[in-house]
Design a protein around this ligand. Structure first.
Ligand code: HEM
Length: 485
């Protein structure tokens, strides 16, 4: 590519403050609007961070293929110091041998496709439990909220696969909250942390806000971290006791016991700190992302009843009505997969991925980018690029049918070295839960109005601004299956 001597486009800045006036939630939407004005590559000064924002398939490919290593670092966001034991956890660590080791354990030992297949029975078990409780609630009162139920589901899938907690975990109640004691505890921790961190918070960006810290953000973060760590330490201790008592057979091993096995062989590499850090990262990265995507999918389906009917019909044809959707069915439920892809296109749970950073001077689009610059990749804008997608704002799962979208660029899980290692687990869980929700229940809007699709961006995940609410009726043809759950 030819060098580009022209300065990088940049919105008007305020002396000293840079572009702080542009920092608003949801930040991906602000950046998408700036892209319309300044093009797919522009720079921002966000307090102490110099950033470039990339919003086109070509530039994203350039950053995450040719320049993958160059951009494999993470910026040092102040909140990550407290949340991730001084930047030592997988999602926040710099690109170095320590990160490579964490990544190998996560991708190969804990979350590989093979491991996810081994965990399928456990994931299905949690989906069945959710459907059983939903059936009970819907029979009593058809008006259903899904957010807490989906959080309970994603947390219990992680608790079960990470720490085999079935025997000790409390039962979620059938009431509308449908949250176990553990889910309520972890939700509180996440709700306390989420609004305080991420790129759209002045505390992250401006040292002066941190020095005075009038809202006491640092102390709030530290208090939440103490609570989070106590929750996770209890899981680790309980699993250690079980392993000492003999543990489970290979295929059914929890992630913690897999790591204890590694620790036995190489105690200096697989330290307690490393195990605790990995567990923390998986819980933080895996719960809200699965919850948000499934909630978006259900909202889109309620606004597009034809797609919902088509998914129903395929599930009835492939699975029938005498049993629930299973992992083995997922590859044949092609339309369900199209729905999940189209949801991830329109509402990627982490619309700006996680921020990257270059550790050397480099070039993007021919422009020189100095070492230490933060890279923000706007997957949300890329997924809605009219040059790539026909009717980009429309929900059209059919566009993915029969490989029609092959070659069209989307990166809901990121790309390159720092790509999400939880993709296989997320897709398996979302396929099973969405498949079961469609198979077992009739869904309808609570009134004639379409489901409001307003977004609410916190931390790095974008949720529905108004929690999903719908009328839910068990399908008569599934009564027998639901009774047996
Ligand atoms: C719909 C569900 C999910 C979505 C959309 C998603 C998306 C992402 C994205 C965009 C990133 C950042 C990639 C980058 O920096 O370029 C990421 C990182 C990560 N995700 Fe996920 N994720 C999901 C579920 C999960 C699950 C279930 C787990 C594990 C249980 C997980 C674990 C991680 C970890 C550990 C990282 C950090 C990787 C690193 O920095 O090396 N994610 N995810």
């Amino acid at each position: 590519r030819k060098p580009n001597k022209a300065p990088l486009p940049s919105p008007p800045a305020i002396p000293f403050a840079g572009h702080i006036h542009l920092v608003k939630k949801p930040f991906h939407a602000v950046l998408a609007r700036l892209t319309e004005r300044h093009g797919p590559l522009f720079s921002l000064r966000l307090g102490t961070f110099n950033a470039v924002v990339v919003s086109s398939p070509a530039l994203a490919k350039e950053c995450f293929t040719e320049m993958d290593v160059t951009f494999a670092n993470r910026p040092r966001l102040p909140s990550w110091k407290f949340l991730s034991e001084d930047y030592s956890m997988i999602a926040t660590s710099s690109y170095n041998p320590h990160w490579r080791n964490l990544r190998r354990v996560a991708a190969v030992q804990l979350l590989s496709t093979h491991r996810v297949s081994c965990m399928s029975g456990v994931i299905s078990g949690e989906v069945h439990a959710m459907v059983r409780r939903l059936n009970r609630s819907a029979t009593e009162s058809p008006r259903i909220r899904l957010k807490q139920r989906l959080f309970e589901l994603s947390l219990s899938v992680l608790m079960e696969t990470i720490a085999n907690t079935k025997a000790t975990r409390s039962e979620a109640t059938a009431a509308d909250t449908d949250m176990s004691v553990e889910a309520q505890e972890f939700r509180t921790v996440m709700d306390n942390i989420n609004p305080l961190v991420g790129l759209a918070n002045l505390w992250e960006l401006l040292p002066i806000v941190r020095w005075f810290d009038v809202s006491g953000i640092k102390n709030k973060l530290l208090a939440s971290v103490t609570r989070r760590d106590a929750f996770l330490q209890r899981l680790i201790d309980a699993e250690r006791r079980k392993v000492e008592d003999g543990g489970s057979e290979d295929g059914k091993k929890s992630m913690i016991s897999v790591m204890f096995g590694l620790q036995k062989k190489e105690p200096n590499v697989y330290t307690d700190k490393m195990i605790r850090g990995l567990i923390t990262s998986l819980f933080s990265a895996g719960t809200d992302t699965i919850l948000a995507t499934t909630e978006w999918a259900m909202s889109l389906l309620l606004n597009h009843p034809t797609a919902l009917k088509k998914a129903h019909a395929q599930i009835d044809q492939v699975v029938g009505t005498s049993r629930l959707v299973s992992s083995e069915d997922l590859s044949r439920l092609t339309y369900l997969q199209c729905i999940i892809s189209e949801t991830l296109r329109l509402y990627p749970a982490a619309p700006l991925l996680l921020p990257h950073q270059t550790y050397v001077d480099c070039k993007i689009g021919g422009h020189t980018i100095p070492s230490g610059t933060m890279l923000i990749c706007n997957a949300y804008a890329i997924h809605r690029d009219p040059n790539v997608w026909e009717d980009p704002l429309e929900f059209k799962p059919d566009r993915f049918e029969d490989g029609k979208a092959e070659g069209l660029f989307m990166i809901p899980f990121g790309m390159g070295r720092r790509k999400c290692p939880g993709e296989a687990m997320a897709l398996r869980t979302m396929g099973l839960v969405l498949g079961a929700l469609i198979q077992c229940f009739e869904w309808d809007r609570v009134d004639d109005a379409k489901v409001d699709m307003k977004e609410y961006g916190e931390e790095f995940v974008v949720f529905r601004a108004i929690p999903f609410e719908a009328l839910c009726k068990p399908r008569a043809s599934m009564y027998d299956v639901l009774e047996r759950l």
